[in-house]
Design a protein around this ligand. Structure first.
Ligand code: ATP
Ligand code: MG
Length: 572
C-alpha cells in the first residue's frame, strides 16, 4: 500500500500520495472538461438523529478530504427534515465529532431547515408546471397503489387535479387545515416506471411535530429525496457523494433539479463501511443506549466517534484507517483488526510508555535492602527521543504480571520460573528462588534474588537472559481501575434474522480489574494516552478521579491484522 505513515508525524493521509479511486477520477475528469468551472464543493450531510459512528468517519474523510485535495470546499449540513427523531443533543455531538476528526467547514454550517421557504416555493413551481399534485390517499393506500417490481403501479385518483385546486390544497396543508397523514404532495412522474422511486414519490407530508430550529412554524415537511438534491443545489455543491443505496434514487435527484431548472450537482455513490463484529446503524445503536446495554453513546465499546475518542482512538489513527480502506462501487466487509492496526500505528508514535501490571503477582527480592528505593531511568517513547526519560521507583517488593510466572514452565516459556534468571526492565536481573502458595495451592508470592551488578538491566559479564519483564514497586504503585474491553458483539458476519440483534451481544465485553501502575501516571488528565509496556494501550477515562484513576484499554499490542494480511499474501 502506498500510504505508509511518515514516522515524523503519523499523518499518513496528508503526507503520502493517495491511491486513486473512482471518485477522484470523476473529479479529475470534470476538472479537465470544465464541467463545474473547475470547482470542487462537497458536503457532509448527517441527519441529527443519533451520534456519528465510524461509518460516518469514512464519509467525512472522503468529503472533506476531496475538498482539501482539490483546493475546494466542504460544507457541514444537517439534514433535519424529520423533526420527530431529531434533537439538539445530536447536532452538538456531530459538530464536536467532525471537528475532533480534524475537519473544518469554516463558515459553512447549514441546515436543510434553513431552506424550508425555498423548498416550499419550488414545490409550488412544480405544481404550477403540472408536475406535482395533492393526493388524499393514506400512506397504506399509496403503498397498495405502488405496484410491484414486475407490475406497474396504479394512478392515484387525485393525480389529475387541476393546478388551481392543487395550489389551494397545498397552501391549506401548510396552513394546518388538515390532520397529520391525511394528504401528501406527490410528484407527478410515472406510475409505470421500472424504478419505484419514480412512481409519483411523495414530496411533502403533514406532520405536527416541533422542529429543533423552526419550532412550530411548519406542519408540513419535505421528504428526503425532494430536500436533499435541492439543498445541494442551493449550496452550489458540485459532487454530492452518498452511499450505494441511493443509486436508485439518482434518477429522481436528477429529475427534480432538471425540472426546477436549477444548478445540477453530480450525485456519486460509494460503498458503506461494514466492519466485522460491529453494528453501524444509528437505529440499533440508539436501542443499545435506550435499553441500557451500554452506558451511553460514548460508551468505549460503541463504534461511535465519541465512544472511540473516549476509548483512546486518535483522529490520526481513524483517518489513516479511512485512507487505507478507500472507496469502491461494491459493498464489502472490513476486518475490525484493520481499524485496530491503524490505531495502534498512530499510538505507537504518540503514546507515553509506562509500566503497569493488570493481573498482579507479588515478588519479594530477598537480598534487596528493606528500606531502599532506587530511581531507575526509563525511556518515555522509543519512537520519539524528544519525549525524554523519567525515573521509576524500584524497591524490595514488586508486582509482576501473573502470566509472567510459571511454576512448571512448558518448553518455549522463557519468562520467570523456579531457578530461572530474567531481566526486570530498566532495573536488574533477578532469579526465582522460591514460591509461596496458599492453602488451595494458588501461588501467592514469588521470591527472587537480584544481582546488584546488573543495575540498568545489563550484566557486565555479558551473560544473557531470554526474557525482559515489566514490573512496578508495590510501595509506590498506584491502584487504577482498568477497564478491559472485548468486542461488543460475539458474532461475526451475517445477522440471524430470527433473533433480535441484541441476542449476540458479548456478555464479556467489559471486564474491570484493579491494576498496579507506576506513580508517574498519577494526575494524568482524561484523554491521556499511554502504552502499558507489553500489555496494551490505555487511555484515561472521563470517570477518573485522583482517588480512583480509571483507564480504558484502547487496544492490545497483539496485531491480529498483520496475521490476516500475511495469510492473504500467502493465498495470492
Ligand atoms: P445510519 O444507517 O447509521 O442511520 P445514515 O446513512 O442514515 O446512517 P446519515 O446521518 O444520513 O446516516 O449519514 C450521513 C452521511 O454519512 C451520509 O452521506 C451517509 O451516506 C454516510 N454514512 C452513513 N453510514 C455510513 C457508512 N456505514 N459508511 C459510509 N458512509 C456512511
Ligand atoms: Mg439517513
Amino acid at each position: 500500500m502506498s500510504t505508509e505513515p511518515s514516522p515524523a508525524t503519523g499523518a499518513a493521509e496528508t503526507e503520502a500520495p493517495r491511491p486513486s479511486n473512482f471518485i477522484r477520477d470523476i473529479i479529475l475528469d470534470d476538472n479537465s472538461t470544465g464541467k463545474f468551472g473547475g470547482r470542487v464543493h462537497t458536503r457532509f450531510p448527517p441527519e441529527p438523529n443519533g451520534y456519528l459512528h465510524i461509518g460516518h468517519a469514512k464519509s467525512i474523510c472522503l468529503n472533506f478530504g476531496l475538498a482539501r485535495e482539490f483546493g475546494g470546499k466542504c460544507n457541514l449540513r444537517f439534514d433535519d427534515t424529520n423533526p420527530s427523531k431529531e434533537e439538539v443533543e445530536y447536532v452538538e455531538s456531530i459538530i464536536e465529532d467532525v471537528r475532533w476528526l480534524g475537519f473544518d467547514w469554516e463558515d459553512r454550517l447549514f441546515y436543510a431547515s434553513d431552506y424550508f421557504d425555498q423548498l416550499y416555493e419550488w414545490a409550488v413551481q412544480l405544481i404550477k408546471q403540472g408536475q406535482a399534485y395533492v393526493c388524499d390517499l393514506t400512506a397504506d393506500q399509496i403503498r397498495e397503489h405502488r405496484g410491484t417490481p414486475t407490475t406497474a403501479g396504479k394512478d392515484s385518483p387525485y393525480r389529475d387535479r387541476n393546478v388551481e385546486e392543487n395550489l389551494d390544497l397545498f397552501e391549506r396543508m401548510r396552513a394546518g387545515e388538515f390532520p397529520d397523514g391525511s394528504r401528501t404532495l406527490r410528484t407527478r412522474i410515472d406510475m409505470a416506471s421500472p424504478n419505484f422511486n419514480m412512481r409519483d414519490p411523495v414530496m411533502y407530508r403533514i406532520l405536527r411535530a416541533e422542529h429543533h430550529r423552526t419550532g412550530n412554524k411548519w406542519c408540513i415537511y419535505p421528504m428526503y429525496d425532494f430536500a436533499h438534491g435541492e439543498c445541494d443545489s442551493i449550496e452550489g455543491i458540485t459532487h454530492s457523494i452518498c452511499t450505494l443505496e441511493f443509486e436508485d434514487h439518482r434518477p429522481l435527484y436528477d429529475w427534480y433539479v432538471e425540472n426546477l431548472g436549477i444548478h445540477h450537482p453530480q450525485q456519486i455513490e460509494f460503498d458503506r463501511l461494514n466492519l466485522t463484529n460491529t453494528m453501524l446503524s444509528k437505529r440499533k445503536l440508539l436501542r443499545l443506549v435506550q435499553e441500557g446495554f451500554v452506558s451511553g453513546w460514548d460508551d468505549p465499546r460503541m463504534p461511535t466517534l465519541s465512544g472511540m475518542r473516549r476509548r483512546g482512538y486518535t483522529p490520526e489513527g481513524i483517518r489513516l484507517f479511512c485512507s487505507r480502506i478507500g472507496v469502491s462501487k461494491t459493498n464489502g466487509m472490513i476486518e475490525f483488526s484493520l481499524l485496530e492496526h491503524s490505531i495502534r500505528e498512530d499510538l505507537n508514535l504518540c503514546a507515553a510508555r509506562v509500566m503497569g501490571v493488570v493481573d498482579p503477582l507479588k515478588v519479594v527480592i530477598t537480598n534487596y535492602p528493606d528500606d531502599l528505593t532506587e530511581e531507575m531511568e526509563a525511556v518515555n517513547n522509543p519512537e520519539d527521543p524528544s519525549a525524554g526519560t523519567r525515573k521509576v521507583p524500584f524497591s524490595k517488593v514488586l508486582y509482576i504480571e501473573r502470566e509472567d510466572f510459571r511454576e512448571d514452565p512448558p518448553k518455549q516459556y522463557f519468562r520467570l520460573s523456579p531457578g530461572r534468571e530474567v531481566r526486570l526492565r530498566y532495573a536488574y536481573f533477578v532469579t526465582c528462588t522460591g514460591v509461596v502458595k496458599d492453602a488451595a495451592g494458588e501461588v501467592q508470592e514469588i521470591h527472587c534474588t537480584y544481582d546488584p551488578a546488573t543495575r540498568g538491566g545489563n550484566a557486565p559479564d555479558g551473560r544473557k537472559v531470554k526474557s525482559t519483564m515489566h514490573w512496578v514497586s508495590a510501595a509506590h504503585a498506584i491502584d487504577v481501575e482498568a477497564r478491559i474491553y472485548e468486542g461488543l458483539f460475539r458474532e461475526t458476519g451475517e445477522e440471524n434474522p430470527d433473533q433480535d440483534f441484541t441476542a449476540s451481544l458479548n456478555p464479556e465485553s467489559l471486564q474491570v480489574r484493579t491494576a498496579k501502575v507506576e506513580p508517574s501516571v498519577q494526575g494524568a488528565a482524561p484523554g491521556s494516552l499511554f502504552q502499558f509496556e507489553r500489555v496494551g494501550y490505555f487511555c484515561v477515562d472521563k470517570d477518573s478521579t485522583a482517588d480512583r484513576p480509571v483507564f480504558n484499554r484502547t487496544v492490545t499490542l497483539k496485531d491480529a491484522w498483520a496475521k490476516i494480511e500475511k495469510a492473504q499474501k500467502n493465498v495470492k
